[in-house]
Design a protein around this ligand. Structure first.
Ligand code: FA5
Ligand code: MG
Length: 392
């Protein structure tokens, strides 16, 4: 009920009519504005660019793997619905467009729901191989692995749609296959194309199959790089037929980790109409979108997706640039320090520090992490004074 009240208060017409200031710029609001203060507060944080944050460490590891790709990581999250949906051939009645699923600043501006929103823009720069990391926003459920703000990394690779271009793909496929053959990975594969996951009509089917195969090999080798080291059991990866309005054929990938299959990415052969809109001609290629939190949760053993937003030193100090370390859990509550004065009668048996610790343990149990003696004195207090010991 408290939540509903806050929601109604925020959406009262007085607030709604006020312009919103986002990243130092003012934007008008209208009857479909539904972005909340809690979401707005996340926009400047750009966790993927914060040094030593697990998301930025992961970003850098993936960038290192795709070393010949150009990187983008500072594009504004504010995009038009046209860019987020129409440019990518989403049908006009797609549920993702609704105000119940996406965050709108006003009817002409929204928070991107995926990094694919920048595909036409980046392909338009005539870049063939690129990665793009960004914060994305969805009015999703909140639980241990979903959050309304999360981070994706988009990757794309284009090749000349010619015999020469396909030779390049074949050579890369052979290189990747030989790496994967020698490693401890079990891949549950599906056909590169099928009647339910078809080649686009404008594509040569041999080209499309080679490119789909390159996409799979490339992602399998990335997954091996991320999850493969120091394992006693084989790494299990599963490819699943999927549907995205802007790729065909399309795939999702799941990794078996901690007894569960976890979906980590969506991918596919880029729709030719996306490249047409970007003014790219004579090329064919693939794209993927990785969920960074899902991968980082596994790699760093971070149990809850909300922890990524923590500014608590107990979280941030655990991660170092470029290294995957295992997260050590700590209390969800901030540390609370108490000063306690404790005294004994003059004629009593002297109190050992450990006796005092036992008293604390008896009363507070494991809630107390640390007890420190601040000062011990033999001075007998007058009736209005006590000696101070301090227990933190
Ligand atoms: C997409 O967002 C597509 N844009 C991916 C894509 C790119 C397909 C390029 C084809 C070509 P999807 O909605 O499945 O797809 O999200 C991709 C990944 O983001 C998921 O696999 C998951 O790892 C992560 N993800 C999705 N929703 C959430 C959420 N609420 N919280 C955390 N991670 C999420
Ligand atoms: Mg998905």
């Amino acid at each position: 009920r408290r939540c509903q009240c806050a929601f109604r208060k925020f959406y009262s017409s007085a607030v709604r009519l006020k312009p919103l200031v986002i990243l130092d710029k003012q934007y008008p609001t209208d009857e479909i504005t539904n972005v909340t203060p809690a979401i707005l507060a996340k926009i400047p944080m750009r966790l993927h660019n914060q040094a030593n944050h697990p998301l930025s460490i992961l970003k850098m590891i993936i960038q290192g793997h795709y070393s010949d790709f150009i990187h983008h990581s500072s594009l504004s999250p504010l995009v038009t619905p046209f860019k987020n949906f129409d440019e990518l051939s989403f049908p006009t009645d797609h549920p993702g467009r609704s105000v119940t699923d996406s965050y709108y600043i006003n009817k002409n501006l929204m928070l991107r729901t995926h990094t694919s929103a920048h595909e036409v823009e980046v392909f338009g720069k005539k870049e063939d191989k690129w990665l793009l990391t960004a914060d994305v926003y969805r009015r999703d459920e909140i639980d241990g692995s979903h959050y309304p703000v999360f981070h994706q990394m988009e990757g794309a690779s284009l090749f000349d749609a010619t015999a020469e271009g396909m030779k390049e793909v074949e050579a890369d496929n052979a290189r990747l296959e030989s790496i994967l053959k020698q490693s401890n990975i079990v891949i549950d594969d599906i056909p590169h194309v099928s009647s339910t996951n078809p080649v686009q009509s404008s594509h040569d089917s041999v080209h499309a199959e080679l490119v789909a195969k390159n996409l799979k090999l490339s992602l399998n080798s990335l997954i091996l790089r991320l999850f493969g080291s120091g394992r006693s059991t084989p790494l299990r990866v599963r490819w699943i037929e999927a549907y995205f309005p802007f790729t065909s054929p399309s795939f999702e990938v799941e990794v078996f980790f901690g007894g569960k299959w976890l979906e980590i990415l969506g991918s596919g052969v880029v729709l030719q109409s996306t490249l047409d809109k970007a003014g790219v001609q004579g090329k064919i290629g693939w794209a993927f979108g990785l969920g960074l939190e899902r991968i980082a949760m596994i790699l760093f053993s971070i149990p809850d997706i909300r922890l990524f937003w923590s500014q608590d030193e107990r979280f941030l100090s655990q991660f170092n640039c470029g290294i995957i370390t295992t997260f050590k859990p700590y209390s969800k509550f901030p540390a609370c320090f108490k000063d306690i004065s404790f005294w004994t009668a003059q004629d009593a048996t002297p109190l050992h520090d450990n006796d005092f610790c036992d008293v604390v343990r008896d009363v507070a149990g494991d809630l107390v992490e640390d007890v420190k003696l601040v000062k011990k004195t033999a001075i007998v207090p007058s009736s209005s004074e006590v000696t101070n010991t301090r227990a933190d």
